[in-house]
Design a protein around this ligand. Sequence first.
Ligand code: BT5
Length: 264
Amino acid sequence: AGIEFGLDAPYAVEYHESLPSTNDRARELAAEGAADVAVVADEQTGGRGRLDREWVAPSGGVWLSLVARPTVPPARAPLFTLVAAVATVDACREAGVDAHIKWPNDVLVGGDEGTESGTGDASARSGRGGRKLAGILTEMEGEADRVSWLVVGVGVNANLDPEALPADATSLRAEAGGDVDRRRFAATLLERFASLAGAVDEPDRILSAWRDRASTLGRRVRVETPTGSVTGTAVDVESPGALVIDTGEGTRRVHAGDCEHLRD
Ligand code: BT5
């Protein structure tokens, strides 16, 4: 390990060839009092998604976790997931890949037609549209009125073959038709993250950047929440990251869950 990635970024970068999980290393650094550090690995052997799901992370990806100590109340922390999604989309677009955000934490590629209404079956997708290119895992420790630290993990399938990834995933290599410069990609992502994270006291700026890059709004969705499933039309996103759904019988706000875009 060493600070050697050589990025021109507003964060110190700790680069590792292999780690179990960059989020776990970032949490260690956070517990030691670090701030404004990005941990980057070429490979993860124990990458994590939400709810302790496995995140497949072979050599060739951009596996990155940021440690930040923003002076915000814990209730605002989900805004940083939105910021990371915006930054990831911008870095993908700079690399020539047409990416967009699916609420809450996925970055997908291309024309997303959604799944057949009601089947819940990702294999009902046609073509590559809607395949997952990147995911975000935000973790934090907070006191009553203040975040003590925040770890924002971003996993981007960069120079990987889709065969090495789960069935409904894709990579920058596959979409751009060649390898991308991972240092440049990571530098763009970190720059975009830093500039928008500075707007955390003006959530409207973050929400509007998110709306501009999201494919979820205006669509029929089904969200599996911890307390049940909500189906309807996604009409907006509200601070700090809630999805507003018109169910036809009223408006519901969902704060967490897995979202499926349905075919209209
Ligand atoms: C996520 O979870 O999408 C968050 C992923 C965050 C990964 C980064 S990598 C750097 C940092 N260090 C970590 O250990 N984690 C973070 P979720 O929405 O729960 O999606 C997880 C699901 O995505 C899995 O259950 C698989 O179905 C699928 N999946 C796993 N690996 C994938 C990959 N490489 N590409 C696309 N989909 C994948």
